[in-house]
Design a binder for this molecule. Structure first.
Ligand code: 0O2
Length: 250
């Protein structure tokens, strides 16, 4: 708890701070509250702020605690599926896993791109990736095995699937996307991909996606596509090698 001048109303206020961390950055946000005779009351809140207590004016309408609970239960479910698969096959199908609540800025940006009002309803009911889990696997067959396990889980409904592996985007982007809905009504996007696909998507995200840079655009697009296709071909070769090793072991 800090005492400071409120940046919105200018009054001397108590600040409660919570730090939001997501996969890419740590952002400092705070809610401003003033002590009243009945205890602490909210005085004003920064537009992009949130706090765990729920006194929030943000794009998620103060529902971050519930969203984080949903994300935790999704991650716990995936860990359980993973443990079952290791017990059955002796192989770990997951290289690594990331989970995040989409940042305020990114969600507002997405609402604008989709022509939606920047409201909690848009963020939670019209855009489906406020909650996101990215599962990175070693091999193509692991991607589809995890996909099957998630689809069969009783804890979530699968509402949409997009196979950008079999049907890559024109720019070369590959990944398997699932939109799932929890019993509590929250949507989450699960992205499943191999290490190669993840490497390409991360680099392309930095270089190109959403941003228009200078340079020879046509050549950049062509080269990115070529790299994506070469990596996809390597994924198929690695899968073949793995299948050969596995069949020899049987
Ligand atoms: P961020 O910042 O990564 O979260 P649509 O439903 O088709 O109108 P939507 O919801 O964007 O559009 O669906 P889509 O195409 O399945 O993309 C969802 C997410 O997949 C994106 O979220 C990206 O994370 C990733 N993605 C999709 N296409 C590309 C691509 O060409 N390159 C890279 N690097 N990632 C991609 P966001 O919110 O757009 O971005």
């Amino acid at each position: 708890m800090y005492i400071n001048n409120c940046t919105t109303c200018g009054e001397r206020c108590h600040l409660t701070c919570e730090w939001q961390a997501d996969a890419n950055m740590v952002r400092i946000t705070f809610a401003v509250i003033r002590k009243s005779q009945r205890g602490y009351i909210r005085l004003c809140v920064r537009r992009d702020a949130w706090c765990r207590g729920g006194c929030v004016d943000d794009i998620y309408g103060g529902r971050r605690p519930q969203m984080e609970a949903m994300l935790d239960s999704l991650v716990a479910e995936i860990r359980e599926l993973r443990a079952n698969m290791i017990a059955q096959t002796g192989f770990d199908p997951i290289e690594h896993l990331l989970a995040r609540v989409k940042s305020e800025e990114s969600m507002r940006d997405k609402c604008r791109r989709k022509g939606l009002p920047e409201t909690p309803e848009s963020a939670l009911q019209k855009v489906y990736d406020a909650l996101g889990v990215r599962i990175v696997c070693g091999f193509l067959s692991d991607v589809y095995a995890i996909r099957d396990s998630i689809a069969n889980s009783a804890k979530f409904d699968v509402v949409e699937e997009r196979d950008y592996i079999r049907h890559a985007k024109p720019n070369g982007y590959r990944s398997y996307h699932m939109i799932i809905r929890s019993q509590s009504g929250y949507y989450a996007e699960v992205q499943l991909r191999t290490i190669s696909m993840d490497t390409w998507a991360s680099l392309e995200h930095h270089l190109h996606y959403k941003k228009k840079h200078g340079g020879n655009q046509k050549l950049i697009v062509q080269e990115l596509k070529r790299c994506a296709d070469e990596l996809a071909s390597t994924d198929v070769s690695m899968q073949t090698i793995r299948d050969m090793i596995m069949s020899e072991e049987e």
